[in-house]
Design a protein around this ligand. Structure first.
Ligand code: DGT
Ligand code: CA
Ligand code: CA
Ligand code: ZN
Length: 571
């Protein structure tokens, strides 16, 4: 349904008109029409096709024409002209909360404010408080809003969204009559980063529920509040939306607000092919306009002839075709994970002893861990000399005597040096059960050099796993310049596994490479890279990546039992 989209453009026209100090009635006419179309339950495209646009309250002949123009061409000329005639910096100011077009126009006229920087400067120099209807407080609020706006454009890690979702949901559960609380959107799909958090619920008294939501103690700013929708900022930059839907529409609404947009567009086409129009509200039969309601999401898919599609797959990357053909993967689950093959201990730079790491792993239900401390050249990380490694091997053997139903494997995270050689000779690597080889140094080298380093590590007869294969740190460091297809080809050829490093800002391999690796027949291992016992729990973030990469249990080394694992590793 394009109602929201059309309304958005009309709102923008209204704001731009106001910004240009155009006729007041025109400004109001556009925003009234926008509001009316936004709350219209009927699909605007259907209404338009049937020539009933001007029957919508607030939509006169002139605006009806504009809406038709938009639906036919994807654009409205008046809107384009307005954008053309507005400095981009000025239009951006409309997005600052609490700053309306009228104020922006005044700031532009009186203080020559043309963009965000001008605005910030004017506020800092206390020139705003001297304007009519302004004061020290409004000036301070503008400054705060500017700061928030500057930070807001950034997405947050999925792992940072999780505690917010938990806290907000926990709070919402205390509001009586509020039920079926679920976080949808990119959070439910488990994208590696999340733009904003979309929460869906049903309520016996929606308006009261929204009021309670915007009054939550953790709310720092209220962006909007309506009868069924509230929108707030928490933790400085994170937008959380709550939408209350009718119980009978809950299934279609959850489907819609989980997205992704691309998945929804495709699914909508599937519905149209069957003679139905799918919206967040219902599946409408086109032959007679009758609404079919679904309170369960699975039933929406089932009605369209599809099995339930896990949210992590909903990116329109072939999941709808796979579902239709009965070929959806059996996605790996956290409970399929039987061990962790890359953890550090106090032998190198970890903060837990081998025993503490083992006890925590046991508590998580694992059968084994490989304690993979650094090699000597990673000096700052306390890399182990060959002698120290020997002592560690003895200590692990002694510890294993005392553990029941659990095995600590001797691991190492051997550095792939700048010249491509490994940081331990082969006879030392041969003493380790699990060899993880990683690039830490000289990450700026040319693509050919780094690719060569990785491939020579892969070809070593002792290397089992390549650690964090692309080196990226989300939001901080790009992947190295590396020819991944060539690396994966070598991995497939030699039976070397790739790591999915589960550390929340690494997630490396990412979902795209993980899926490619699987298709090329490369095994993977989801590893925590934990540096203390608590960090073992980051495994769940890696499992999300694996699921988004379509991985199944059989694709993962660490979903094998101990004996099978040992058989799968290189000697
Ligand atoms: P984000 O917040 O950028 O991480 O990504 P999402 O996927 O959470 O996107 P968001 O918050 O803009 O919208 C939530 C869901 O609502 C989105 O996943 C699908 C649905 N949705 C939003 N806009 C549209 C649209 O224009 N068309 C369709 N079909 N669905 C939409
Ligand atoms: Ca979102
Ligand atoms: Ca949203
Ligand atoms: Zn490492």
């Amino acid at each position: 349904m394009k109602n929201r989209e059309v309304a958005g453009v009309l709102y923008q026209i209204s704001e731009l008109l106001e910004l240009h100090a155009e006729n007041r009635f025109k400004v109001i006419a556009y925003s009234r029409a926008a509001r009316s179309i936004e709350s219209q339950k009927e699909d605007i495209e259907v209404v338009c096709r049937e020539g009933r646009l001007d029957a919508i309250p607030g939509v006169g002949k002139a605006i009806a024409q504009k809406v038709e123009e938009y639906l036919k061409t994807g654009k409205i000329q008046v809107h384009q002209d307005l954008l053309q005639n507005t400095p981009a910096g000025l239009a951006e100011l409309l997005q600052i909360s609490g700053l309306g077009p009228k104020t922006i126009f005044m700031l532009h006229e009186k203080l020559e404010v043309n963009n965000l920087d001008d605005l910030e400067k004017a506020a800092r120099e206390h020139r705003i408080r001297r304007l009519p209807r302004m004061g020290a407080t409004s000036e301070k609020n503008i400054l705060k809003a500017v700061e928030r706006y500057k930070k807001r454009s950034t997405r947050i890690l999925w792992s940072a969204a999780e505690p917010i979702v938990d806290e907000v949901s926990g709070y919402l559960r205390t509001i009586s009559g509020l039920e079926n609380i679920t976080a949808g959107g990119s959070f439910r799909r488990a994208r590696e980063t999340v733009g904003d958090i979309d929460i869906l619920a049903t309520a016996s008294r929606p308006e009261e529920a929204i009021s309670a939501f915007v009054r939550m103690p953790l709310v720092e700013e209220v962006l909007g509040k309506g009868p069924t929708k509230g929108s707030v900022i928490v933790k400085e930059t994170v937008q959380v939306d709550l939408r209350i839907v009718e119980p009978r529409s809950y299934g279609t609404a959850l489907q819609y607000f989980t997205g992704s947009k691309d998945h929804n567009v495709h699914l909508r086409q599937v519905a149209l092919d069957r003679g139905y129009s799918l919206s967040e509200y219902s599946l409408k039969r086109l032959s007679d306009g009758r609404d079919l309601f679904f309170d369960k999401e699975d039933d929406v898919y089932a009605f369209l002839g599809l099995p339930a599609i896990p949210p992590e797959l909903r990116e329109d990357r072939g999941e709808i075709e796979a579902a239709a053909a009965g070929r959806l993967p059996q996605l790996v689950d956290l409970k399929d994970i039987r061990g962790d093959l890359h953890v550090h201990s106090s032998w190198s730079d970890g903060r837990g002893s081998v025993e503490e790491m083992a006890r925590e792993a046991l508590a998580l239900g694992y059968e084994y861990i490989a304690v993979s401390d650094h090699s000597p050249s990673v000096g700052i990380a306390g890399g182990l000399s060959p002698e120290k490694l020997d002592r560690k091997i003895e200590a692990i053997a002694a510890l294993n005597e005392t553990l029941k139903g659990f095995t600590v494997l001797v691991g190492t995270e051997v550095d792939i040096r700048a010249d491509g050689r490994l940081d331990y000779p082969d006879e030392i690597l041969a003493k380790c059960d699990v060899v993880v080889a990683s690039v830490h140094m000289a990450q700026q080298q040319k693509e050919r050099t780094i690719t060569g380093r990785l491939i020579s590590a892969i070809e070593n007869e002792h290397v089992d796993i390549i650690g964090h294969p692309t080196g990226r740190i989300i939001g901080k460091r790009d992947p190295y310049d590396v020819d991944m297809p060539a690396v994966l080809e070598a991995a497939a050829r030699t039976g070397t596994a790739m790591e999915i490093n589960a550390y929340p800002n690494r997630l490396d391999l990412n979902e795209v490479w993980a899926r490619t690796a699987k298709e090329m027949g490369v095994k993977m291992s989801i590893n925590s890279d934990a540096h203390d016992p608590e960090q073992l729990k980051v495994m769940r973030f890696g499992v999300k990546v694996a699921r988004r990469g379509w991985l199944e249990r059989k694709d993962l080394l660490n979903a094998l039992g101990l004996q099978e694992l040992i058989r799968a590793l290189k000697p």
